[in-house]
Design a protein around this ligand. Structure first.
Ligand code: FAD
Length: 460
């Protein structure tokens, strides 16, 4: 038994790559160490409630019939219809800073108008920045030049608050780098969030993941859950097989891994791991979920998503404390245009967090710290938003440690390494990477990454 390709990981990039390969009759097997699908965007059950781990919203919403957009391309490549994804658009989101607020919807002209009203002396510069963003080829896989965003933004906009307000959502939803952002990544995120926009699938990630896994299996793909890869066996810089944690060895012509670049090479023999050194990611989050006994809008939470900073300057970096309570993201699932209201109110709060600080704690201190820091984050939040603490009927939090435990990403780094391997190649000639460390992030980005790496390396 020899596979054409073994894919490591049944997250979005792995599943998408699997569908592409199985569609072209490749003998393909996805091996996933966890017992659930989804990786960074999986789901879990507590007290009979199913929660999405990583779904605030899907970015890149475009309407049915638009084929040239990332969503349109994704649907076409995976042979899904727009209706299959059951997408429900956002109502309105907001970037809220102490003195200014910018609202945005899935109609970009609304946001342009907001910038014109809130920052009248910056609108010309903002419009020129938008022109540059629209003309930029962010998907060039061979572009090795590093261009950071801060200097580019400063060449168009001279109000630092507007620059920070633009950065806040784009960094929170897709920046592996502290302090600044690669400009190509800024362009990807600007287009996916401001130009295109947010939606959520009816039924959550559970629905989307099952849809993809079923398609993969229907096309003849093999899915092995609870099958962690222990080693990737290469000789003369060519992979011949992978060995699973249960010692079963699977022979293959090629491997496509979504574990992360360093994480993948760490499964090869030591000299290959050394040949592929690359900066490890540090950026991670603490996420708290609050089930409330009312519709969030009745508690004063009427936005789909709010990206906030309680200080006039926004600092995107790994905090010195366990979490940074001065900025965050608030997501209310209820404030999306679902065909019928959700059964319960849900408010999610995301704060930047330090893996190192959480990892140092002993088990009992860890549990106490989650409670303490969730409390501190709420206290700070309620200086800026209405207090909903009396309405909470269930709550849960997870930290960078949880993210590492369930996905294997070093430091629980949600966006992987700041150095992306855009062409997906490694020092081993038939071992490729897809997903987070290849450079396309988020639900849509990771899915497109799986598709493009399968097309580029395994379907030629
Ligand atoms: C808290 C949080 C909130 C988020 N919010 C959003 C959002 O609102 N919108 C959005 O678009 N994106 C969001 N994201 C980001 C998004 O989830 C990720 O960018 C995307 O899911 C990455 O997919 P991937 O396939 O690249 O990687 P992963 O999902 O990490 O897939 C890798 C898979 O490999 C498996 N694996 C690892 N090691 C092994 C091994 N040794 N053997 C076998 N399998 C292995 C893992 O278990 C995992 O399933 C969020 C993420 C988090 C954590």
């Amino acid at each position: 038994m020899r596979y054409d390709t073994i894919i490591i990981g049944a997250g979005l990039s792995g599943l998408a790559a699997g569908i592409r390969l199985a569609m072209f009759d490749k003998k393909v097997c996805i091996v996933e160490k966890h017992t659930e699908l989804g990786g960074l965007n999986s789901f879990y059950v507590r007290k009979n409630r199913t929660f999405d781990v990583g779904l605030h919203a899907m970015t890149n919403f475009t309407a049915k019939g638009v084929r040239s957009s990332p969503l349109g391309k994704l649907l076409k490549q995976l042979r899904f219809s727009h209706d299959d994804f059951r997408l429900c658009q956002q109502e309105m989101s907001e970037i809220r800073f102490p003195e200014k607020s910018l609202c945005f919807t899935n109609e970009f002209e609304f946001m342009r108008q907001e910038v014109a009203e809130q920052f009248p002396d910056q609108i010309d510069g903002f419009n020129k920045l938008v022109e540059k963003v629209l003309a930029f080829d962010e998907l060039n896989l061979d572009d090795g030049e590093r261009l950071l965003s801060q200097p580019v933004l400063e060449s168009f906009i001279n109000d630092p608050v507007l620059i920070d307000m633009l950065f806040c959502p784009l960094m929170y939803y897709g920046n592996a780098r502290e302090g600044d952002m690669d400009f190509y990544q800024f362009v990807i995120m600007f287009k996916s969030i401001f130009i295109e926009g947010f939606s959520k699938p009816e039924g959550g990630m559970h629905y989307i993941l099952n849809l993809m896994a079923e398609k993969f299996k229907d096309l003849g793909g093999e899915l092995k859950m609870g099958s962690g890869v222990k080693t990737i066996n290469a000789s003369k810089e060519t992979v011949a097989s992978v060995t699973l944690e249960n010692e079963v060895e699977l022979a293959t012509e090629a491997v496509l891994s979504s574990m992360g670049y360093v994480e993948t090479l760490n499964r090869c023999q030591p000299e290959l791991a050394e040949a592929g050194t690359c900066e490890t990611g540090q950026v991670s989050f603490m996420e708290s979920l609050f089930v409330v006994d009312k519709e969030p809008r009745d508690l004063g939470y009427d936005r789909s998503i709010v990206f906030f900073s309680t200080q006039s300057r926004f600092d995107y970096k790994v905090p010195n404390d366990l979490i940074d309570i001065s900025s965050g993201v608030l997501c209310c699932s209820n404030n999306f245009k679902y065909p019928k209201p959700l059964e319960e109110g849900l408010i999610r709060l995301t704060n930047l967090a330090s893996f190192g600080e959480w990892d140092r704690l002993a088990r009992k201190d860890y549990i106490a710290a989650k409670k303490e820091w969730r409390g501190r984050a709420l206290e700070q939040l309620f200086t800026f938003f209405p207090d909903f603490s009396e309405n909470v009927v269930f709550l849960d939090s997870f930290t960078p440690k949880t993210i590492k435990k369930y996905t294997g990403h070093i430091n629980g780094a949600v966006y992987g390494s700041p150095e992306k391997v855009k062409n997906g190649k490694t020092p081993v000639k038939n071992l490729y990477i897809c997903g987070t460390d290849q450079g396309f992030l988020g639900i849509i980005g990771a899915t497109l990454s799986g598709i493009s790496m399968a097309n580029l390396h395994l379907l030629q």
